[in-house]
Design a protein around this ligand. Structure first.
Ligand code: G3H
Ligand code: 13P
Ligand code: ZN
Length: 312
């Protein structure tokens, strides 16, 4: 099956009260783990590529890996640029076959964010009206592309209609208290998401797909394995799964997950290094990491996103 855009996926997810997982890919093992999990559970899936992933793997390797995944599966897969930082990056991805891009102008003044997002939307839709563009309003705390944002800047619901109308974007990422990375709350701090903002945004933008970034739950099981095997991740805390389930039932149609995959891969590799110090064949430990990532994606699809069986 060829790549699909997120248009149909989001329409069905909105109506069906579930969300599509958008998982970050950086290498072959991660692509395989995500796609095998989604394929086995007959779930649609979004594979997303960040600027960091493009720098690490080279764009052509990632697009070819995704091409291979399409041949090896039978589910709707969208290929998305995560946190596009410029018109040029978005254009390069659109020109090379991505079916969805994010232009992240969330750090810019409102008018500049609108102008940049509009420029990307115009290019994307002229290239192919089927391609979807995600914009962002509000800023998440956490580390992203090596930039550390200290505090949340929650999305202002008063801005969303003007932003969507003027830019023509197809989906909107909002800031309601999620954050990037594995340290989302301080120890002892009660996890809080501003569902009131989400509700108000969706009231003002009926039937419009909303995106949540920074939505890893940071499995304490994997944190413990990493800690027990020489890692240093104390106080790693994520978004409680129940909150994400609640979001998935609402206007949130896309939930971004990267840190949970990194933790699963790292836990597997660290464990093998401790248990079998004689191992030096990368396949031996990458296989374990890949299995962990697949388990995480299956768990997300079944227990958090609700997208199992929604491929067709
Ligand atoms: O939101 C950021 C994603 O987790 C991608 O991270 O820029 O380190 O690839 P990265
Ligand atoms: P996490 O760091 O919570 O996995 O978020 C990933 C993300 O938002 C990618 O855009
Ligand atoms: Zn993000």
């Amino acid at each position: 099956m060829p790549l699909v855009s997120t248009k149909e996926m989001f329409k069905k997810a909105y109506e069906g009260g579930y969300a599509i997982g958008a998982f970050n890919v950086n290498n072959m093992e991660i692509v395989q783990a995500i796609v095998e999990a989604a394929n086995e559970l007959k779930s649609p899936v979004i594979l997303q590529v960040s600027k960091g992933a493009r720098d690490y793997a080279k764009p052509v390797y990632l697009t070819k890996l995704v091409e291979a995944a399409l041949l090896d599966s039978n589910i709707p897969i969208a290929l998305h640029l995560d946190h596009g930082d410029s018109f040029e990056t978005c254009k390069a991805c659109i020109d090379s076959g991505f079916t969805s891009v994010m232009i992240d102008g969330s750090h810019l003044p409102f008018a500049e964010n609108i102008a940049l997002t509009k420029k990307v939307v115009e290019y994307a839709h002229a290239h192919d009206p089927y391609i979807t563009v995600e914009g962002e309003l509000g800023q998440l705390a956490g580390v992203e592309d090596d930039i550390n944002v200290e505090h949340h800047s929650y999305t202002n619901p008063d801005d969303v209609v003007e932003f969507v109308t003027k830019t023509g974007c197809d989906s909107l990422a909002i800031a309601i208290g999620t954050s990037h990375g594995a340290f989302k709350f301080k120890p002892g701090q009660k996890p809080l998401l501003r569902f009131d903002i989400l509700e108000e945004v969706s009231r003002r933008l009926p039937n419009f797909p909303i995106v949540l970034h920074g939505a890893s739950s940071v499995s304490q099981e994997y944190v413990k394995i990493i800690q027990a095997n020489g890692g240093k991740m104390e106080d790693a805390i994520g978004i409680p799964e129940e909150m994400l389930r609640q979001a998935a039932r609402s206007a949130v149609c896309k939930i971004n997950i990267d840190s949970d995959l990194r933790l699963a891969m790292t836990a597997g590799i660290r464990q093998i290094f401790t248990e079998k110090p004689d191992v030096f064949d990368p396949r031996t430990y990458l296989k374990v990491g890949r299995k962990n990532v697949k388990d995480v994606v299956m768990h997300k699809i079944k227990e958090v996103l609700g997208s199992e069986g929604k491929a067709f």
